[in-house]
Every structure is written in structure tokens, then in C-alpha cells.
Ligand binder design. Structure first.
Ligand code: HAM
Length: 429
């Protein structure tokens, strides 16, 4: 018999894993709402051009990692490898700039797809939580966006996060820098991979994040963007750092940080984890400012800034750091019926309690006390309601508190109120 298997680099989420994914999503989205963001959901696939034009033809994401296919009408379609270009497309298409507010602040959560070599923290389908802000260029906004990510990480209880930050300058800085890189790499290019040889002419900055040549000393000694920043870009970056210094975020200016996507200008940043195992140095999230993307997609000159973090990476780090709180509220009540008629009474009670927002389970089949208690051992309910012949006659059901192991008789009509009161005292409801 053929055994079906999931596609390499993908994961099934069930049991604790799906609860963890939702927990991260809930904390991130409830936190970001306090920063004035509203949710957006764009399609999982887009016209391929959306990514080629904006993420950049020479980026690894576009040139090697996209899931691109032709649909039945011969259109080129791509499963989104990231959210920024797709959200920008939606922002423009839906004329969100016409909103009376000066800024449009959007957040999203969902799967992204990249054909990468699967390894620790790297998947072919992964989830991102991301934010994008359109409408203003301001160092204080850059700092605010970084703070929003840091607040989410803190609310999740993650420790040992470091912010790496750099400026890759405005377009003019980048033009000077590209020329400097061309001059520098010209003499060494024959020692580098074929991709880098091509990038020398098409987009020399992408040589800096080449995975094949990442340990090559030629890369390490390459000119640094900082020496080519215009005065405007320099003072913008100084101001971002000035604001960051007012807060207690551990950060490091990393002059080698350029980010692998073409749309960035000026501020770029990444959050990495410091740990003593294979997760050390892993990028939990990254982002930056992009002043020219909207202009290149439309006739509007609107700057943007944003970031995204990888939910699977956050999940792995929270596992390592034992950072999970109140993951699974569990089951409130299990109902036990000791004969067929009692089971039917229990079945009715279960429906009634569920409509009043309690989580209730019962064993549909067995009538013996012993086998029904097996379900309690698995589900760990806060309360067990026991119904037998005597209880039916008197209309007083036995209610057992599993934490104190005490049992009392409660009138059938008062069970709902009793359970609600007790569970809210325990903080469960
Ligand atoms: P990115 O750095 O390509 O940026 O991805 C952001 C985060 O997604 C990474 O730091 C990492 O945590 C996670 N990630 C990326 N690839 C994988 C993978 N194959 N498996 C698991 N996790 C992964 C962007 O995507 C930009 N759109 C961020 C942004 C938003 N910039 C401005 N706005």
C-alpha cells in the first residue's frame, strides 16, 4: 500500500504545535493592535511580476526560491515567498492611500513559500507575522516599528534577543556603493561562484549575501556601505539610533547587514537569537524601510517600512526557552453516566453547558465508572459530573473538583451556575 507523505520542507500542525502557532498569532496580533495596526489578508498567490519587480530579480528569493507555475490560462503565478510586495500591491490596488489618516498600518499572518534547502528553522512552507506602514519617512517611526517587534517578543516571553541594525542608504548612496563594489570585486570575481560573477554586472550588492561564498574572506573585506552614505542618509540613521538609545533594546550596529531583498533603503534590521546551541544567530525576523517600492509600482511617492518574523523559528526558540504560558485551557468538564439513561441525561447536560461556553466531553459508549475515568485521565478536566440512577431520581448530580478531589451534590438546575462561578474563581473562564 502506498504511503502518502508530506512535501519536503513542510509541516503538519496538530496537537500542541497548532496551539503554539495560534498562541503566537494571538499575542502578536493583540499586541500590534495597540500600535494602531489593522489586519490585512492577501491571496496566497500573486502574478509573478509582483515579486520579480519588487523583491528583485537577482535576490535568491526570486532567482532560486520561488514556487512559480503557469495556470490553465498560461499566466505566470507565484506562491508568495514573502508579504511586503503583495501587501504593497493591495495597498495601491485598493487605494488605501486615500484614507484620511497620515499613516496606513497593516499587519498579516500566514504561510509563505520558498524553495530553500530544509534545515533547522528553514522550511519550504513557513509562516510569517509581518507589518507594513505606508505614508511617512521618519526616524521616530522606524524606532516605533522596531519597538513594536520587540514588544511582541517580550510579551511572548522570549529572552536573549539582539537587534542588528544598519543603514544601506538612499538610492544615491546605493549607486556610489554599487560602483565601489564593482571596482572591488572586479579583481576577485573569478574566485567566486557563477551567480556572483553574474551579479557583478546586474546587482553587485547581492554578492554580499551570497550563501555559497558567505565565508569567503573576499566578502568580509569588501567595502562597507557606511562609507558611501550621503549626508542625508547618515543623519537619518544617526537619528534612528538616537531614538533607539532611549529604550533598553540590546542592539548592535552591524555594518555587514544588507538584507537579501532589493527593496530596502536606509534603515535595515534583523532580530537574532543568542543561545548556546544550533539556534544561535538564527534570524527570528527582519525588515527595514523601503522608500522607492511604491513609487516603482505606481506614480505615487509613498515611503514604507515593515518587518516580518518567522513563526516556526519563534516556536522553536520558545520551546528551547520553555516560554509557553497558558497554552491549553483544556477541558472544563467531563460527564460520566453510569447507565444508558444516565448517559442520555449527561448528553443533554453537555449540550446545555457547551452553549454556555464551557468545554465539555463525555465517553459516548462505556457505562462503567472505570472505563469512563480513563477519559478523565487523558483530558484532565477541572470538574467531573457523575450521573447514576440515584442522581436521576433525586435530581442531585455529583460534581467532583479534580484539583481538590472533593465531591458534592448539586441540584441539576444549578449545575451551570455552579460550574461558571467555580471556573471563574479559578480564572478559567
Ligand atoms: P525575510 O528576512 O526574508 O524578510 O524573512 C523574514 C523572516 O521570515 C526571517 O527572519 C525568518 O525568521 C523567516 N523566514 C524566512 N525564510 C524562512 C524559511 N525558509 N523558513 C522559516 N522561516 C523563514 C521578509 O520576508 C520581508 N518581507 C520582511 C519585511 C517586511 N520587510 C519589510 N517589511
Amino acid at each position: 500500500m502506498k504511503e502518502y507523505q508530506k512535501i519536503k520542507g513542510t509541516q503538519d500542525f496538530f496537537g500542541d504545535a497548532i496551539l503554539k502557532l495560534r498562541y503566537i498569532e494571538n499575542i502578536a496580533s493583540s499586541t500590534i493592535k495597540h500600535f494602531g495596526f489593522q489586519e490585512i489578508q492577501t491571496p496566497i498567490f500573486e502574478n509573478t511580476d509582483v515579486f520579480i519587480k519588487n523583491v528583485g530579480e537577482e535576490s535568491d528569493v526570486v532567482s532560486k526560491e520561488m514556487y512559480t507555475f503557469k495556470d490553465k490560462s498560461d499566466r505566470s503565478i507565484t506562491l508568495r515567498p514573502e508579504g511586503t510586495a503583495a501587501v504593497a500591491r493591495s495597498y495601491l490596488e485598493n487605494k488605501m492611500y486615500a484614507n484620511s489618516l497620515p499613516l496606513t498600518k497593516l499587519f498579516y499572518f500566514g504561510p509563505m513559500f520558498r524553495y530553500e534547502r530544509p534545515q533547522t528553522g528553514r522550511y519550504r512552507e513557513f509562516h510569517q507575522f509581518g507589518v507594513e506602514v505606508y505614508g511617512e519617512s521618519s526616524p521616530m517611526l522606524d524606532c516605533d516599528v522596531i519597538l513594536s517587534a520587540y514588544t511582541i517578543f517580550s510579551k511572548l516571553g522570549i529572552q536573549n534577543i539582539k537587534l542588528k541594525i544598519n543603514s544601506i542608504g538612499n538610492q544615491m548612496s546605493r549607486n556610489h556603493y554599487s560602483q565601489a563594489l564593482k571596482d572591488y570585486f572586479q579583481d576577485h570575481i573569478h574566485e567566486m561562484c557563477t551567480d556572483c560573477q553574474r551579479r557583478l554586472n546586474t546587482n553587485p550588492m547581492r554578492i554580499l549575501d551570497c550563501k555559497a561564498d558567505k565565508d569567503n574572506p573576499i566578502l568580509k573585506n569588501a567595502p562597507k556601505i557606511h562609507d558611501y552614505l550621503t549626508d542625508e542618509s547618515k543623519s537619518y540613521f544617526d537619528e534612528v539610533i538616537h531614538y533607539l538609545n532611549q529604550f533598553s533594546i540590546p542592539y548592535e550596529i552591524d555594518l555587514n547587514l544588507v538584507r537579501g531583498l532589493d527593496y530596502y533603503t536606509d534603515t535595515v534590521f534583523e532580530f537574532i537569537i543568542e543561545s548556546d546551541d544550533e539556534l544561535n544567530g538564527l534570524a527570528m525576523g527582519g525588515g527595514g524601510k523601503y522608500s522607492d517600492m511604491i513609487k516603482s509600482m505606481s506614480d505615487r511617492d509613498i515611503p514604507g517600512i515593515g518587518y516580518a518574523f518567522g513563526v516556526e523559528r519563534i516556536l522553536a526558540i520558545m520551546d528551547k526557552q520553555n516560554a509557553w504560558k497558558e497554552l491549553n485551557k483544556g477541558v472544563d468538564v467531563v460527564i460520566i453516566g453510569l447507565d444508558e439513561e444516565s448517559k442520555l441525561c449527561g448528553f443533554h447536560l453537555m449540550q446545555e453547558l457547551r452553549t454556555e461556553n464551557l468545554t465539555v466531553e463525555m465517553d459516548y459508549k462505556n457505562t462503567s465508572m472505570k472505563s469512563q475515568f480513563k477519559l478523565c485521565d487523558k483530558l484532565h478536566p477541572s470538574y467531573i459530573v457523575i450521573i447514576g440512577e440515584e442522581e436521576r431520581k433525586t435530581n442531585i448530580y455529583q460534581v467532583k473538583d479534580t484539583s481538590t478531589k472533593t465531591q458534592i451534590g448539586i441540584s441539576r438546575n444549578e449545575i451551570l451556575t455552579y460550574l461558571h462561578t467555580q471556573l471563574s474563581i479559578k480564572g478559567g473562564n
